[in-house]
Write a protein that binds this ligand. Sequence first.
Ligand code: HEM
Length: 274
Amino acid sequence: MSETIAVAPRARVTNAAAVLKASAVFWFVTAAIGQIAFIWFISAFYVPPTLQGQFEAWNRKGLITGYVAGDDAGNLQFAIHVLLAALITAGGLLQLIPAIRRRAPKFHRWNGRFYLVLVAVMSLGGLWLVWVRGTYLTIPGAISISTLAVLTLIAGGITLRHALARRFPLHERWALRLFILASGVWFQRVGYMAWMILNGGPVGMGSRMDGPFDIAWGFGQFVLPLTVLELYMWARRRGPSAAKLAVAGLVTALTLVMAVGIFGTVSIMWWRFL
Ligand code: HEM
């Protein structure tokens, strides 16, 4: 009897940890499906015309500033940005797969270096597009995407520093933050679609992305996923069973919303351009 009492709380902790882990796996598999769809869209819509130098084809899609005749620097930066967009998305997913980390550590290290270079090029290139080319619709929108770029650069630097110093638990935590930040623009698209589908229309959105939802989600695209990640990492490390279960419930619920958004990005946002 006393043995049962002694074992029961530990079993509860183990079960709660397993439930939390299962919610994280559910999240990752769903996000991976959505990000593979993003890679597929970029590869089908942007990569072929860009490699063939047919930059005008970008403008088939409603962009703020896509191809502009005579703007060689801007067009080149946009070309680099969309070509690398597919690679950074694939690189991030590969870094997070535990089996690859375990069985191919050399690949993990090389892909990690490559990913960090891409993080720097995409973030600095994105900042150039916004502030030098002037690709933005509202100042709050320009500030939110720039904040995302700066945070991504900082997280990239810290992730690298911990890896070089072989501080692996810290490296893992910062790598997860980096993945979330580098996925910010993907969360933006998924969030837009989930919001529109769940509200039955573009509630709070302005024609120039200047509605209350547009402004809020500019920041929300990285603040919300980062907050959930922090809660998850806290619950995993030292949260009591109840907290682990509560965070697992939150992650599962938000993953279902994310799945609605992923469905929207593919069926509403991207499909018609292919
Ligand atoms: C790191 C991950 C990133 C990925 C995967 C990515 C992906 C893309 C893609 C696919 C496009 C083409 C537009 C579309 O079809 O939706 C694009 C455009 C653009 N991106 Fe990024 N991007 C990233 C980061 C950033 C950052 C950090 C910034 C800003 C600081 C930025 C600024 C822009 C701008 C200004 C455009 C042009 C939008 C337009 O003209 O409508 N990107 N990006």
